[in-house]
Structures are given as structure tokens and as C-alpha cells.
Design a protein around this ligand. Structure first.
Ligand SMILES: Nc1ncnc2c1ncn2[C@@H]1O[C@H](COP(=O)(O)OP(=O)(O)OP(=O)(O)O)[C@@H](O)[C@H]1O
Ligand SMILES: [Mg+2]
Length: 264
């Protein structure tokens, strides 16, 4: 199946992509979760990643961020090849991610979580005490303000509603100051009423930073509203990649991703 490459050829800049996947392939038993995937992203792109359950969206993110080793293929970061990636080396390069289920320190406060994220960035996580220095506190408060979490600073993370937990998890990835940030279902578990506010907060906070952002999303209203470019995964392959209106309007995407029969 030839992938749809609507308009993208024209839209891509001639500069070196910030991130490229080259022939990434990953099999789990009989399932090919990532099927020879090659794709490139420019600085500052905001990309929605769609596809049915089990299509390989999370596996793609896992491979690109070093959480899963590919059977073959590699990534290029700013034009340089990297294989044998680990989560730590990915972060060191400038590639960070958030999780479908936020990975947070539940019994600590929001502010303490932010302090830890900043300490990880500065590699000062070996001891807790220096974290509470004035400069660190200022940085953590600024991070929380940026993501509209300032009022929740002293709340224990275990007590936070899911939407706030998601935002905190994303803020903590942002604290690593990556060039590429991959978000796995930022609005899952968040009420319909809250999802746009959450995405407004997150995209607003990220916009000034010129980060390349990929977000996996099942909610097409969210994809339509926020993504400039959309990748559609089906059975481990990218079946469409282009401007969001073109991809979401494509007949195969409508059938295989959205479950809309032709003519409907
Ligand atoms: N660690 C693993 N071990 C075995 N199989 C796996 C593993 N990770 C993913 N898979 C399989 O790979 C396929 C792709 O899974 P993946 O989680 O990447 O899909 P997804 O598109 O993120 O789906 P969802 O929308 O449900 O999150 C699925 O068949 C899944 O069962
Ligand atoms: Mg997934």
C-alpha cells in the first residue's frame, strides 16, 4: 500500500530534519508492531499520530525514545545516526516523552515533582537536599506557572485529578528541554469538557519553545484542532502522512482508522 503523501513534499523545508526514523522495524512474536517505518520531522512541527488500537503508535514512540530496541533501523538526530539508543541517551540528545499513564512520584507534591524533573535535567538527582535551593524553587515554580499548575504546587500528586496529572507529566518532560517531545495520548482519561483546555495549556506552553511535538491521539476533534500534520498508522505502517485535513479526509484513513465506510 503506497502511503498518501499529501502536500508534504512541498511543505517540507530543505533544512536537515531534527529527527528522522530510518527503516525502523520491530516484531513481537507474530506481530510486526513497527514495519519498516521511515519518517522525518522538522523543528517546530506539531504532529498528530492516529491509528486504531494495536496499530503500533506507542511502539514507534518507544523505539524512537530508546524504551524498545528495534530489530533493524535507526534514528537520525539532526542528521547524525544513532543506534543502540537508551531512554537516557535519547534524553541527552534532546528527545523526551510522556506516558499514556503518567509516571509521577505519587506521594510527593506537585512542586516536589517539578523539582525532581529539573534536578534530573541538571543531573543533580543524587541527593535531595540541594533541590530546595532558592534557584531550584524559582525554576520549579516557573515551570508550574507555564503549565498553569501554580495553584496545585502543594497538592500531593496522588490527590490530583487525571487532567492535572497528565499536564504535570508533560511539564516534567518539558523540563528536560528536549527538541523533540513525544506525547502518548495526552487527553486519554480526561473528560470531554477538559480536553481542549488541557491541549490549550500544553500547546501554549510548548509553542514558544520551538519544540517538535508529536502527540498520539484517538480523539479526532483534538487532532483536527491542534495538529498541523497527521501520521496515520495501521498494522505497524504509516499509511498516510500529510496536512491534517488531507489525511483525516483520506478514504483509507477514514475506513481503517476512523471506521467510516466509503459513501457514509
Ligand atoms: N512489549 C510488547 N510485547 C509484546 N507485544 C507487544 C509489546 N508492545 C506492543 N506489542 C504489540 O504490538 C502491537 C502494537 O502495539 P502498540 O501498543 O504499539 O499499539 P498502539 O497503536 O499504541 O495501540 P493503542 O491505541 O491501543 O495504545 C500490538 O499488537 C501489541 O500487542
Ligand atoms: Mg498506545
Amino acid at each position: 500500500m503506497e502511503p498518501l503523501r499529501a502536500i508534504l513534499g512541498e511543505a517540507r523545508s530543505v533544512s536537515t530534519p531534527v529527527l528522522e526514523a530510518v527503516g525502523l522495524h520491530k516484531r513481537f512474536g507474530a506481530v510486526i508492531a513497527c514495519h519498516d517505518v521511515s519518517v522525518a520531522f522538522d523543528a517546530g512541527e506539531l504532529v498528530g499520530v492516529v491509528g486504531p488500537n494495536g496499530a503500533g503508535k506507542t511502539t514507534f514512540v518507544n523505539v524512537v525514545t530508546g524504551y524498545v530496541a528495534p530489530d533493524s533501523g535507526y534514528i537520525k538526530y539532526r542528521g547524525r545516526e544513532h543506534s543502540g539508543l537508551t531512554p537516557r541517551t535519547a534524553v541527552t540528545l534532546g528527545i523526551a516523552r510522556s506516558f499514556q499513564h503518567p509516571q509521577l512520584y505519587e506521594s510527593l507534591t506537585v512542586l516536589e515533582n517539578a523539582l525532581i524533573a529539573l534536578a534530573v535535567k541538571e543531573r543533580r538527582h543524587a541527593s535531595w537536599r540541594p533541590l530546595k535551593q532558592a534557584r531550584a524553587l524559582q525554576g520549579a515554580s516557573a515551570l508550574l506557572e507555564r503549565f498553569e499548575l501554580g495553584e496545585a504546587a502543594d497538592v500531593e500528586v496522588g490527590q490530583l485529578p487525571e487532567g492535572r496529572r497528565k499536564v504535570l507529566d508533560i511539564a516534567m518532560s518539558f523540563a528536560l528541554r528536549p527538541s523533540v517531545l513525544l506525547l502518548d495520548e495526552p487527553t486519554s482519561g480526561v473528560s470531554a469538557a477538559e480536553k481542549f483546555a488541557l491541549m490549550d495549556t500544553v500547546t501554549g506552553a510548548l509553542a514558544e519553545a520551538q519544540m517538535t511535538v508529536l502527540f498520539i491521539e484517538h480523539d479526532m476533534e483534538v487532532v483536527e484542532r491542534y495538529a498541523r500534520r497527521v501520521l496515520a498508522f495501521v498494522e505497524g505502517r504509516i499509511i498516510a502522512d500529510g496536512r491534517s485535513a488531507d489525511v483525516l479526509g483520506d478514504a483509507r484513513v477514514r475506513e481503517l482508522v476512523l471506521g467510516v465506510a466509503e459513501g457514509a
